[in-house]
Design a protein around this ligand. Structure first.
Ligand code: UDX
Ligand code: UDX
Length: 461
């Protein structure tokens, strides 16, 4: 087994940052350097004010404060980190392609290739390269090709070690993972990485497989999780028609130990950087092998999710007497789920876009998402000019300003604080009838109808 003393990680994002922080925390004998091209991001990771770390994750700041400066470093000096490292994690983003072949479906691997070329150029000693980014099956082959053909004759072993952490619970997921998956060909290289995780993860939870199983398992895990959300959301629409209650149905089926109770929460639709991207990727791969029935099957998970988001917006319009023109609609939440400031693919963006097409006035309050990010998300869609987005959408930093004088409240993210609001007082400050559209079913226990609200949740009449 090769002894590892220094680790580098390229990409200080939602995956690279927390993962390396925990590896460093649990392995004080290793030096871990996280590098990124983005100077602002690195400065934020190095900020002495731990509230200014670039991502918000419960528990992250205490891990960073324990390890940073001791054996955890954040830097923009990519070359130095590569040169010194025995093991290099690649954790750069792999967005869906926006151009050329596979546009809108395949993963864009240009950053991965750039990393490989840079590593090959700089490396003067043998290295273990670990794919941390989610990648299409057989990417390791391309990586190896680039490294071996452009390198300085040193040896590269490639491992696949996909990350299963969920945002908002990243630190808990890293501290107590259900499993760690390591795929590779060379058993010595695999053992070197097993050894690092064994510092805190029981050996029986560390699974080792061949490279391709590991790469594929990551896509499949996300596809299965997303499929459960789409399945329950499909049934939510049926519940609304039949008088069944989706939360009761979820509880009834979830008690069957074969089905299990997790990931059965009906919602306005799943978001996040992974689910849609990874399914599109799976669909693309299946089509590239001419497995069209397989591809169509998985594509439906996304079709249903898009349907759920537009259905939520249509329901708002229809319920409010078929027009939201000029009406103030308060959005509670913008993040794709609670306890994160991440907004990638958040359902809120698409619901807002739909309502803005109808000239609604949307006022957003999210405890962790900045106004700048919200406008960026809307501008990115290109549905209207950025001036128009700023005219129609206001972002405020407290819930009361959002709700004051509003015709309707729409809950888009399940932040805990929304459950504790003073709904009695809110009612007094809203236009009547006061509508609440609860895209997360987090307020139903409050008996809002009793307070005089017209309340609509997901999957119930
Ligand atoms: C990303 C992917 O979205 C996910 O599929 C994969 O599993 C892991 O990487 P995430 O960490 O959330 O997840 O991405 P992001 O927060 O965008 O971070 C990537 C970082 O890599 C950025 O900070 C970016 O500046 C950096 N980067 C990108 C480089 O340092 N070099 C590059 O060439 C490209
Ligand atoms: C997901 C996977 O869970 C994680 O293993 C992988 O590494 C990355 O992708 P993440 O996107 O951070 O993690 O969040 P997750 O908790 O899976 O939620 C994804 C989306 O599904 C969110 O928008 C969430 O609100 C939604 N969701 C989840 C539901 O609508 N209902 C549910 O029951 C569960």
């Amino acid at each position: 087994m090769k002894e590892i003393k220094k680790i580098a990680c390229i990409g200080a994002g939602y995956v690279g940052g927390p993962t390396m922080s925990v590896i460093a925390q649990k392995n004080p004998h290793l030096t871990v350097t996280v590098v990124d091209l983005n100077q602002m991001r690195i400065d934020a990771w190095n900020s002495s004010d731990l509230d200014k770390l670039p991502i918000y994750e419960p528990g992250l700041s205490s891990v960073v404060s324990e390890a940073r400066g001791r054996n955890l470093f954040f830097s923009t000096d990519v070359e130095k980190a590569i040169d010194e490292a025995d093991m290099i994690f690649i954790s750069v983003n792999t967005p869906t392609k926006t151009y050329g072949k596979g546009k809108g479906q395949a993963a864009d691997l240009k950053y991965i290739e750039l990393c490989a070329r840079q590593i090959a150029k700089i490396a003067k000693t043998d290295k273990i390269i670990v794919e941390k980014s989610t990648l299409p099956v057989r990417t390791a082959e391309s990586l190896k090709g680039i490294l071996d053909n452009t390198g300085n004759g040193v040896n590269f072993d490639i491992l696949s070690n996909p990350e299963f952490l969920a945002e908002g619970t990243a630190i808990a997921d890293l501290h107590q993972p259900d499993r760690v998956l390591i795929g590779g060909e060379n058993s010595e290289a695999i053992e070197s990485l097993v050894n690092i995780y064994e510092s805190w993860v029981p050996r029986e939870r560390i699974l080792t497989t061949n490279l391709w199983s590991s790469e594929l398992s990551k896509l499949v895990a996300n596809a299965f999780l997303a499929q459960r959300v789409s399945s329950i959301n499909a049934i939510s629409e049926l519940c609304e028609q039949t008088g069944a209650n989706i939360d009761e149905v979820a509880r009834a089926i979830g008690q069957d130990s074969r089905i299990g109770s997790k990931f059965l929460k009906a919602s306005v639709g799943f978001g996040g950087s992974c689910f849609q991207k990874d399914i599109l990727n799976l669909v693309y791969i299946a089509r590239s092998y001419n497995l069209n029935v397989v591809a169509d099957y998985w594509e439906q998970v996304i079709t249903l999710n898009d349907h759920q988001k537009s259905r939520f917006a249509e329901n708002i319009i229809q319920t409010m007497y078929n027009t939201v023109n000029g009406k103030k609609i308060a959005f509670l939440g913008w993040a794709f789920k609670k306890d994160t400031n991440d907004t990638r693919e958040s359902a809120a963006i698409y619901v807002a876009d739909y309502l803005l097409d109808e000239e609604a006035n949307v006022v957003v309050y999210d405890p962790k998402v900045s106004a700048e990010q919200i406008y960026k998300d809307l501008d990115y869609l290109g549905s209207r000019t950025s001036e128009e987005n700023r005219r129609l959408v206001k972002v405020v930093d407290n819930y009361f300003e959002a709700i004051n004088g509003a015709h309707a409240v729409a809950v888009l993210t399940e932040w805990d604080e929304f459950k504790q609001l003073d709904w009695k007082n809110i009612k007094l400050n809203m236009q009547l009838p006061a509508f609440i559209f609860d895209g997360r079913n987090v307020l139903e226990h409050l008996d809002l109808a009793e307070l005089g609200f017209l309340y609509k949740g997901i999957g119930k009449q």
